[in-house]
Design a protein around this ligand. Sequence first.
Ligand code: T4K
Length: 394
Amino acid sequence: MNKPFDRPVYVTRPWLPPLEEFQQGLAEIWGRGILTNNGPVVQKFRAELADYCGTENLCLFTNGTLALQIALQGMGITGDVITTPYTFVATVHSLFWNKVRPVFVDIEPGHYTLDPEQVEAAITPWTSAILGVHVYGHPCRLRELAEIAQRHNLELLYDAAHAFGVRVNGRPIAQYGDLSMFSFHATKLFHSAEGGMLTFADRTLRRRFDYLQNFGFENEVEVVMPGTNAKMNELQALMGRLVLKRVDEIVQKRRRIAEAYRRELMVIPGIRAAAPPEPGVEYNHAYFPVEVCERDFGVSRDHLYDELKQWNVFTRRYFYPLVTDFACYRGIVRQDELPVARRVASRIITLPIFSDLSLDDVERICGIIRHIHERSRPIPARRSAGVRAVAVTA
Ligand code: T4K
């Protein structure tokens, strides 16, 4: 018998280290009195991430949005950038803050990432870069996009906000493209409460990004460029270091949750999960999105989203509305463009996934979804009765 959860189940919960470990780190920070401006904890965190990501070309920031803004600024991206409408709005805001024009192209139906064919078709003499998003942690079509970027002499940037821990053909995803931005926000599987990271191919960018995140200071008396303040602080780095120690374990737990969801949900008509990862991809299970097809499921995605709240299950509709439908970007594309992104945005719902979610709870959530479907499903009419009835199975 399904019944509402006693406590709210959110789309995500941050994994938190044992409090004593954090307190121990805090005591050391207290003792030093150094809270920010490239302190020792940030430096250690940076070194550990360089090891994890297999690159020294890496900078840390106060959050992912500022990291991406600084990336575009530091690489001198101008003109038009081809990107996806199917993302968190910060991707596009970062372009706007750099006075760069977003050119939106459609996504692929399997993993919801940029469709390379559409990218190539949208290139003009004003295009300076491609900004792909590894949405939900699913890698973009890396090889195709790299070939397109090379053919047209474009920079290839990735918003990898969701993709920490993903590996492709044995290499960390941080090593693909000219640059990647990672978010370490509390809602991410790997987090430092708030935080962000850039990894990049051109090692000369590191100095530039370091200037840009610290007001452009070379030393006490010299400012070499108009920078901003986007530094990670010691408390963020402490959290990040403690979570990094356990990140592989966190991914494994999420993998088991995702497997349970797939097992339970694939038998419910009208519920479709994203395509499984491509061969060679070690996925991080950052999110568990499903599409709800109203005709087969029986009720709309929005109905399911609202009704789940009554069962104390708080899903999200990442990424609905499409960025191009927000007031500040409306009018850039026509309503009949981007058909795949529009369809996915109208059907998507992201289910709870976090390492402390038990497999029993996953089963319960799926049971509730099944119940909502069964209750709404028209029973096939019996020949003799000739009447359509609605099953109530509560
Ligand atoms: N690019 C992409 C593709 C992104 O997805 C993001 C961020 C960025 C760029 C920018 O990176 P950052 O500048 O953020 O580093 C959240 C996050 O704020 C945002 O980081 C994230 N993407 C986006 C997809 O989701 P909200 O407004 O949906 O979060 P919120 O506060 O509603 O949290 C969702 C649920 O998580 C809550 O219902 C409860 C739970 N939660 C949340 C927080 C903050 C916790 O349990 N503990 C917490 O501390 O935006």
